[in-house]
Design a protein around this ligand. Structure first.
Ligand code: SAH
Length: 230
């Protein structure tokens, strides 16, 4: 799954993964992260997800990373937020858009980096209090998922103690990969354990199995995980 694949999906508007409504699993399970208001939530491979608006409306700052500038521009335009664009000085190829979400109750900063997730550092992203991973881990093929998980762990190390990692709310799908090509790719419970088990206590919050008639009666299980400090 190379970077051009995603760039052309955005360019051609083939973005079936994008949902116009906030993910109900986020609203249902976010409180499990137990975060103080004002915390910063890291959203890797964020697309133009409206989940980021929900997070800001709850009183959290958001920092995302997304390959496609089309996605980031669309996010701010659709939310009626005028961003400022910053060139990242260490690497002229990388920039970020930053805007203020304002409601009657809160004003929060949303910062979206336009970059390959592997090209940003924890210094760029800054302090991370929690990670929200919806359709990020499962967007990537098995060959690069371990490297992705390691990169997320690097970015979400706590500055005062890098062994401590910010908690994650992670949503995965598990299905017979021989019956359907990804993305989204199937990620088994064993793989979640393999990627993150050394760093987190892995708590299954919900598992919901359904059958997709559109894809040869494919049985798909959606899992919601809370990854908490050991
Ligand atoms: N989380 C979003 C988007 C999921 S689809 C949502 O829930 O709607 C996966 C997204 O990751 C796409 O927008 C794609 O452009 C982006 N992406 C894929 N590979 C990436 C990489 N290596 N670095 C940064 N973004 C990437």
């Amino acid at each position: 799954m190379n970077l051009e694949f995603w760039q052309s999906r955005w360019y051609e508007g083939r973005i079936g993964f994008h949902k116009s409504a906030v993910n109900p699993l986020l609203t249902q399970y976010f409180s499990e992260l137990d975060l103080p208001i004002g915390s910063q939530i890291f959203v890797p491979l964020c697309g133009k997800s409206v989940d980021m608006v929900w997070l800001a409306a709850q009183g959290y700052d958001v920092v995302g990373v997304e390959l496609s500038e089309i996605a980031v521009e669309a996010f701010f335009a659709e939310q009626n937020i005028t961003p400022t664009i910053h060139q990242y000085s260490d690497n002229p190829a990388i920039k970020y858009y930053q805007g203020q979400f304002t409601s009657q109750t809160t004003e929060q900063t949303i910062t979206l980096w336009i970059a390959d997730i592997f090209a940003v550092t924890s210094k760029d992203i800054g302090h991370v209090d929690a990670v929200y991973d919806r359709a990020a881990l499962i967007a990537l093929p098995a060959t690069i998922r371990s490297a992705y998980a390691e990169q997320i762990l690097r970015i979400c190390g706590k500055s005062n103690d890098n062994n401590k990692k910010a908690p994650q709310l992670l949503i995965t799908l598990d299905y017979d990969q021989t019956k359907k090509d990804g993305p989204p790719f199937s990620v088994t419970n064993t793989q979640v354990e393999q990627y993150y088990g050394n760093h987190y206590q892995i708590i299954a919050l919900k598992s919901n199995t359904s059958t997709l008639n559109s894809a040869k009666e494919l049985t798909v299980t959606e899992d919601v995980w809370l990854l908490k400090d050991l």
